[in-house]
Design a protein around this ligand. Structure first.
Ligand code: SF4
Length: 61
């Protein structure tokens, strides 16, 4: 799985980082994906982060 955040949409709420800090990091008011490939043991958390983003800025597949 790869994850990405649309920087134009992200409002920096921090939900994704709270859900999966191993993958997401909020810097300067925007979330950034820290890994090239999401480790398998974090895929469920990333899906949770996708669902929990208030502005649907996260894609993962
Ligand atoms: S949950 Fe969505 S809006 Fe909030 S920081 Fe993460 S990507 Fe940005």
């Amino acid at each position: 799985m790869k994850a990405s955040v649309d920087q134009d949409i992200c409002i920096g709420s921090g939900n994704c980082e709270a859900t999966c800090p191993e993958v997401f990091e909020v810097r300067d008011g925007k979330s950034h994906v820290k890994v090239k490939t999401v480790p398998e043991n974090h895929e469920d958390k990333v899906r949770e982060a996708v669902d929990g983003c208030p502005v649907q800025a996260i894609s993962a597949s």
